[in-house]
Design a protein around this ligand. Structure first.
Ligand SMILES: CC(=O)SCCNC(=O)CCNC(=O)[C@H](O)C(C)(C)COP(=O)(O)OP(=O)(O)OC[C@H]1O[C@@H](n2cnc3c(N)ncnc32)[C@H](O)[C@@H]1OP(=O)(O)O
Ligand SMILES: CC(C)C(=O)C(=O)O
Length: 509
């Protein structure tokens, strides 16, 4: 294999599942594994078969159904665990045993209650048992980064003699710093018998927020396998996220001249899938996959990005499969971004009018965390003396405990006052259907979200909707203590945006 090719070993389904509160079903693990193959990972650590019958089943099912990557199972240094991995991986296209034992003095003394010599004997014994049962054997020295270096090299030498071809150096407790970790990898390369025929792997935890920096430093020092997870999931502060390592290599290829075989355009969708199935939300400010990774809120940045995204973006959102850069209007936004946004909403004004609206926008933004499209539309409407096309005159609904709901609505529309009624699955569905019947405009609901924006029993509920009309997306937002009213208002606001855009288009002709 190419000397600079990095092997990606994904452990979302094993260390990632050790994230507190996460327990995946077999079918969910298979779905994630299939997506990992599409992403291009080389090895999938599908689980720890001795941990539970469910984990055994998951590893076995993935081994049977998921082709295109090596399937790996974790085992302690004991015969029973290794036999379970062998049984679970019997039908794998290519199988790998990942056998580990802790080697630091603190783990040996307090956890395993073994001497250094006994641990070495254990490695010899279990690898002799494993020999011939797998296509590949990986050996990990748990807590390697806090292990005496000469002892670590001795254990690795024994593992290589026992048939291991990948030697993993876990920074189990995320204690390393980049320079120090790189020095350890070089030391291992220079002092481990037989290492020239093996691959050095690293497995970095993020306890000090250094997992990616440590991984990259290890690669520079000669490691060629990276153990990682989707969304940086994993025990405690998690493992290094695959997207961070890959995009560091791709973005700084001048410093990290490595070859990777990962389809980076799949990062965002894979991240969303894993977040949905694990129930672990991705923080908005998370590098590469966070919702804000390509969002710009401040005027100076927005001005730069509008002229050339490269001023503030070191990779394109498309390269990681994210939606295009977002210009978020808020109190730090500037006039360039505001004027650009007016145009995207269909408003074209002279500079004097834009300046006047911008002053009012700044005053509004000082009072609100984020200014949405319908806030801007309302601001414009109030200042250009234009009536909203549709207003609610009356709205009434009722529903029963079986989910059946009825709603009627009376609206003032450009064609006069009109009313209609509808039934639906719940009061929101019935109310929006009633609105659709009245407005007779082909709009389709693309997104609908509801959230409480204040606390307590009288909390305000905010509904946001996205509707599509003739290939364009329009946004609407509504706020009320009654979430059905919020939803109807959000929908009507989005429809008003459609009317307004049409009016302005007509005027421009
Ligand atoms: C750094 C890592 O992430 S390692 C992977 C960690 N992942 C997990 O632990 C998840 C799955 N684990 C489990 O379901 C359980 O811990 C099991 C099924 C593996 C074991 O459960 P139990 O038998 O109840 O043991 P328990 O978890 O309390 O203690 C761990 C035992 O494994 C032993 N052990 C720990 N690591 C190793 C090792 N690498 N090799 C051999 N034995 C080990 C401990 O000494 C202890 O043995 P003891 O029971 O004889 O004292
Ligand atoms: C099993 C090993 C590789 C591990 O998860 C760790 O040390 O963190």
């Amino acid at each position: 294999m190419d000397q600079n090719r990095i092997i990606f070993f994904d452990t979302t389904l094993r260390d990632g599942e050790q994230t507190p509160g996460v327990a995946l079903q077999v079918s969910e693990k298979v779905e994630i594994a299939q997506n990992l193959v599409r992403l291009g990972v080389d090895v999938i650590e599908a689980g720890f078969p001795a941990a539970s019958p469910g984990d055994f089943k998951a590893v076995q099912t993935i081994a049977r159904e998921v082709k295109g990557a090596t399937i790996c199972g974790l085992a302690r240094a004991n015969i029973n665990d290794i036999q379970k991995v062998a049984d679970a991986l019997a039908d794998a296209e290519r199988s790998r045993l990942h056998c580990f034992i802790a080697t630091s003095d603190i783990h040996l003394e307090y956890k395993l209650k073994m001497t250094r010599a006994e641990a070495i004997e254990k490695v010899k014994e279990v690898l002799a048992f494993a020999k011939g049962k797998f296509d590949e054997i990986e050996f990990s020295a748990e807590d390697a980064s806090r292990t005496d270096m000469d002892y670590l090299c001795e254990v690795f030498g024994v593992a290589i003699a026992g048939g291991a071809t990948t030697l993993n150096v876990p920074d189990t407790v995320g204690y390393m710093t980049p320079q120090e970790f790189a020095d350890k990898i070089r030391y291992i390369k220079e002092h481990t018998p037989g290492i020239e025929n093996a691959i050095i792997s690293v497995h970095c935890h993020d306890d000090l927020g250094l997992a990616n920096a440590n991984t990259l430093a290890a690669l520079q020092a000669g490691a060629r396998q990276v153990e990682c997870t989707i969304n940086g999931l994993g025990e405690r502060a998690g493992n290094v996220g695959i997207e961070e390592v890959v995009m560091s290599i791709k973005t700084r290829h001048d410093i990290y001249p490595f070859d990777v075989n990962i389809d980076t355009k799949r990062f965002t969708r894979t991240s969303k899938l894993v977040s949905r199935l694990t129930g672990v939300a991705v923080p908005p400010n998370k590098a590469i996959i966070g919702a804000n990774a390509f969002a710009h809120e401040s005027g100076i940045h927005q001005h730069g990005v509008l002229n050339n995204p490269g001023t503030y973006e070191i990779m394109t959102p498309e390269s990681v499969g994210a939606e295009k850069s977002a210009i978020v209007l808020g109190k730090h936004s500037g006039k360039h971004a505001f004027a650009d946004h007016l145009v995207t909403l269909g408003f074209v004004f002279d500079d004097e009018k834009v300046t006047d609206l911008f002053t009012k926008f700044k005053a509004l933004a000082d009072r609100k965390k984020q200014v949405f499209d319908d806030d801007v539309i309302a601001l414009v409407m109030d200042n250009i003396d234009r009536k909203r096309a549709i207003e609610v005159i009356h709205h009434h609904y009722h529903s029963n405990e079986f989910g059946y709901a009825y709603a009627d609505i009376r609206l003032s529309t450009p064609e006069g006052i009109k009313e209609d009624a509808a039934v639906g699955d719940g009061p929101v569905d019935a109310s929006l259907k009633a609105v659709e019947r009245v407005i007779e405009m082909p709009v389709s609901l693309k997104d609908y979200q509801i959230r409480a924006i204040t606390a307590g029993k009288d909390a305000l509920g905010e509904a946001t909707v996205k509707v599509e009309h003739e290939g364009r997306i329009y946004h609407g937002r509504g706020i009320s203590t009654d979430i059905i009213t919020s939803s109807v208002n959000a929908y009507i606001n989005a429809v008003n945006s459609v009317y307004l855009a049409k009016e302005l288009e007509e005027e421009a002709k």
